[in-house]
Write a protein that binds this ligand. Sequence first.
Ligand SMILES: [Zn+2]
Length: 242
Amino acid sequence: MRRVFVLSALAALLVPALAAATPAPMPLQVQLSLRTLIDKMDELVPAPPDVSILTTEPVSRSESSGYGWREDPIRKHQKFHHGTDYRGKHGTPVVAAGPGTVTFAGRRGGYGNVIFVDHGNGVITRYAHLRRIEAKLGTVVAAGDRIGQIGSTGRTTGPHLHFEVRLEGRSVDPNTALAVAEIMRESPSAGVLAAHALAPELQANARDMQDTKNQRALRRALETETKRPERKHAPKRDRALM
Ligand SMILES: [Zn+2]
C-alpha cells in the first residue's frame, strides 16, 4: 500500500517535470551550427583505427615481448623498439596475422629478410629477420597462411621474429593491437573504447618491460608509491604482516 502511494507520488512529480523537459524544436540556425560543430569534432577526433582484421599470432605457442623504449641490445643506448619479438628456433613457421596483400618481400637493412602485408584500412604488418621468405610480392594471403621461417637475418643477436603492426604509418604495440582486435570482434562498441589504447601519445611513450633498466625503474616507482612514512610513536607491528 505504502509502495503504491510512493510510486503515484513520484509519478505525479515526474510527469509534469518530464513534459517540461521535452525539448522545444530548435531554431534552424542553432541546428545548423550544431551540425557544423559535430562535423568539426569528427575532423578533430579521428575515428579509432579498425584493427579487427588481425586475428592470428604470427608464431604459434611462442612468447612475445618488447615494444617501446629500451636499451638497444647492440649499441647500448635508449632506442625505440617498434615491434614485438617472438622467440623461436631457426625454421619455425611464420604466418600472416590477417588477410591482406604482400607489398614487400625481400631484404631491407636491419630487418634482414622481411615481408610487409597490407591489410587495408591503413593496417600493415611486418615480419622481419626471416631465414626464408615463402610469399611473393603481390600474393594475397589469408590469416594464418604460412609466409616464411624464423631466422636471424639483418640486425639481430639471435633467431627470432620481429613483428610490427603499423596504423597509418606509425607503429603500435602488436600485443595491444591483437588484444584490441579481439575485443572489436566480440563487441564493436567496447572495441571503439579499447582502441584508445592505440592512441599515438600512449604508444610513443611505451616502455619495453623486458628491458632490465625499465624493470628496475618500475620496481623503484612501485616501492616509493607503497612506502608510507612511518610515524615516530606508532606501535611496532609484526613486519611479516606488512
Ligand atoms: Zn625486434
